[in-house]
Design a protein around this ligand. Structure first.
Ligand code: PLP
Length: 455
């Protein structure tokens, strides 16, 4: 089999897939019975499957297709770059025009003095870079004991050994010997699930102060950095109370802890600004980027670092790098994606048009008997499914309602993901108000069907 096989019947594709392809985050044995849905093409916000169904992708793939599917400009740039220089590395004092232009563009877009980019092939790789970089930074500054990185439970920072350790996903830590040493997790600012009787702002403050407690317990001289997503994505689109981030920033400043904002989801317009740290009003020393950097058209990620971090790391050789760090084709595609985001005013479209419209429609879902709360920042939103709207108590069997709802979404040609009993969305940023209406009406139908099934 050496040709792309879209022409084969769906059942044949599914059988080959089940026989040979191991899927991420999937019980692969189930594929033999159920068969994976085969996606054949996509345009705008719409996927087409091998049966001809047209599906509204309210997840932008995996939170990444910010400019929408089917932009020929990116395909053209990739083909041109492949012909001109398909590959060269940036090790050992070499470089090339696409990576130079991309690094300069990212430096221009990034806030503050985040002027330097270390490229990787993915968000996971970039966070692995961050682990090595912050520890090396402190060692170079004569403080080698500062090696602990503090993160949060239910954070997601990737799937490699390092980034999976940074993440706080218990299911991931249960497999493969994670976490690595010197990663410490504190609680998340998830008021809905964990706030009890507290006022959300009081709770946000308390959860931020867990960082200070952890620093004091571990010893200030041992803590290198704190990493967090401005808005937790894979954990269930958990929007922190407004009190949370200012307090985190205060603590990082007070104890000279490097702040790493994992912008893999929040970056490149998703929250209504170029970066989530701008929306949350924080000043990171390092930002992790991937996904929206190329709108998923090519695998590329990176660590964007401050002048200070770059000067310290760059003073000697940093013994770190990936074959595909700054891959010319991925860099050219990312650059074209940033041109489109900028020239078409897509971040402005999010802030001024799409996000306010989506917020109004999304929050109105709380009138549904299954929906306890609706949260949204820019173009990332979540709803909590609950058995009883008068309380925040969860379903007895966590995840069942969410799973049913996700299946009902699929049946109604809508991709929404579930995290336990939270339904989440992260649509392409180019979505129009008319398409948002379609998203909401399909979501309502799925919620109605899920509600009926649960009775
Ligand atoms: N960081 C965050 C916040 C993410 O959401 C993800 C992926 O979903 C990653 C890192 C890992 O990125 P990748 O899957 O490109 O390795």
């Amino acid at each position: 089999m050496n040709a792309i096989t879209n022409h084969l019947p769906t059942a044949e594709l599914q059988a080959l897939d089940a026989a040979h392809h191991m899927h991420p985050f999937t019980a692969n044995a189930e594929l033999a019975d159920k068969g994976a849905r085969v996606i054949t093409r996509a345009s705008g916000i719409t996927l087409t499957d091998s049966e001809g169904n047209e599906i509204l992708d309210a997840m932008a793939g995996l939170w990444c297709v910010n400019i929408g599917y089917g932009r020929d400009e990116l395909a053209d740039v990739a083909a041109r770059q492949m012909r001109e220089l398909p590959y060269y590395n940036t090790f050992f004092m070499t470089t090339h025009a696409p990576v130079i232009a991309l690094a300069a563009k990212i430096a221009e877009l990034a806030p503050g003095d985040l002027n330097h980019v270390f490229f990787a092939g993915s968000g996971s790789e970039a966070n692995d870079t961050n682990i090595r970089m912050v520890r090396h930074y402190w060692a170079e500054k004569g403080k080698p004991t500062k090696s602990v990185i503090i993160s949060r439970n239910n954070a997601y920072h990737g799937s490699s050994v390092g980034s999976g350790s940074l993440g706080g996903m218990s299911g991931m830590h249960a497999q493969g010997g994670l976490p690595i040493p010197d990663i410490h997790h504190i609680e998340q600012p998830h008021w809905w699930a964990e706030g009890g009787d507290m006022d959300p702002e009081e709770f946000g403050l308390l959860r931020a102060q867990e960082l200070e407690k952890a620093i004091l317990e571990l010893g200030e001289e041992r803590v290198a950095a704190f990493i967090a997503e401005p808005v937790q994505g894979a954990g269930g689109v958990i929007v922190p109370p407004a009190s949370y981030w200012p307090e985190i920033q205060r603590i990082c400043d007070k104890y000279e802890i490097l702040l790493i904002a994992d912008e893999v989801i929040c970056g490149f317009g998703r929250t209504g600004n170029w970066f989530g740290c701008q929306t949350m009003g924080i000043r990171p020393d390092i930002m992790t980027i991937a996904k929206g950097l190329s709108s998923g058209y090519a695998p590329i990620g990176g660590s964007v670092v401050s002048d200070d971090v770059a000067a310290v790391i760059g003073a000697g050789e940093f013994n770190h790098g990936y074959t595909y760090s700054g891959h010319p084709v991925a860099a050219a595609v990312a650059l074209e994606n940033l041109r489109i985001l900028e020239e078409e005013g897509i971040v402005d479209h999010v802030r001024d048009v799409a996000a306010p419209y989506l917020k109004e429609k999304w929050e109105a879902l709380t009138d549904h008997p299954l929906v306890g709360e609706a949260k949204i920042v820019g173009m990332m939103g979540s709803i909590a499914l609950v058995p009883n709207k008068d309380s925040r108590a969860p379903f007895a069997e966590a995840g069942t309602a969410g799973f049913i709802c996700r299946e009902r979404c699929f049946a109604n040609n809508l991709v929404m993901r579930h995290v336990g009993d939270r339904m989440i969305i992260s649509p392409p940023l180019v979505i129009t108000p008319a398409e948002i209406d379609m998203l909401i009406s399909r979501a309502r139908k799925a919620l109605d069907e899920c509600y009926a099934e649960l009775q």
